[in-house]
Design a protein around this ligand. Structure first.
Ligand SMILES: NC(=O)c1ccc[n+]([C@@H]2O[C@H](COP(=O)([O-])OP(=O)(O)OC[C@H]3O[C@@H](n4cnc5c(N)ncnc54)[C@H](OP(=O)(O)O)[C@@H]3O)[C@@H](O)[C@H]2O)c1
Length: 178
């Protein structure tokens, strides 16, 4: 199983406000959609609740909640702990497939120490927010792809993919290039 974190943040690391994204940038959403399409997406209950379309089309949606009364839409897989969720991922992935951890802050924090890839969007603007991407050691990561992009709403952003240096050799040997 390959774990990839995918997140978008403003120039101060802000990722959310009042339970939703602080921005609406269609081209940024496109990067998210293209990257995650066909894969498993794992998210916290609060991020799940913030989605406009449930489940996300073309992906297997997995949600974590400790609340036994939590309800999810048909087709969404619900788990009350990481171990259970990961056992299901292993059952589904059969080797090569990536699981994308799509947020929010709590899930990013839980998976940053173990992630193999970081798919990050950096938005070149500042927003008000109450959730930030957790601090992490940039030295542990090697950027393998990056691109600057502009958007139809006048906000530029860049996307990048980084690989964990300590896992690089094994990932490339076992799974090949992305
Ligand atoms: N910019 C981005 O890339 C991005 C992406 C996603 C989300 N966001 C933003 O991030 C914010 C939400 O982040 P958040 O940290 O507040 O919430 P979250 O990570 O989306 O969800 C947290 C919830 O997930 C459940 N959970 C987490 N770890 C668990 C575990 N190990 N076992 C069982 N359940 C677990 C708990 O649900 P229960 O409370 O039900 O037990 C917990 O309250 C929103 O503003 C959202 O818009 C931004």
């Amino acid at each position: 199983m390959i774990i990839a974190i995918i997140a978008a943040m403003d120039r101060n690391g802000v990722i959310g406000k009042d339970g939703v994204l602080p921005w609406h940038i269609p081209e940024e959403m496109e990067f998210f959609t293209q990257s995650t399409m066909g894969h498993i997406v794992l998210m916290g209950r609060k991020t799940y609740e913030s989605l406009r379309i449930k489940p996300l089309p073309g992906r297997i949606s997995m949600v974590l909640s400790r609340d036994k009364s939590c309800q999810v839409a048909e087709g969404v897989l619900l788990f009350d702990n990481l171990e259970q969720a990961e056992a299901k991922v292993m059952e589904i992935v059969q080797g090569r497939q990536m699981v994308f951890v799509i947020g929010g802050r709590e899930l990013f924090e839980e998976y940053l120490p173990r992630a193999d890839y970081l798919y990050l969007t950096k938005i070149e603007a500042s927003f008000e927010g109450d959730a930030k991407f957790p601090d992490y050691d940039h030295q542990e990561w090697e950027e393998i792809r990056s691109q600057r992009r502009s958007s139809s709403v006048g906000i530029d952003f860049s996307t990048s993919i980084s690989i964990r240096k300590s896992a690089k050799e094994e990932l490339l040997a076992v799974y090949g290039k992305l």
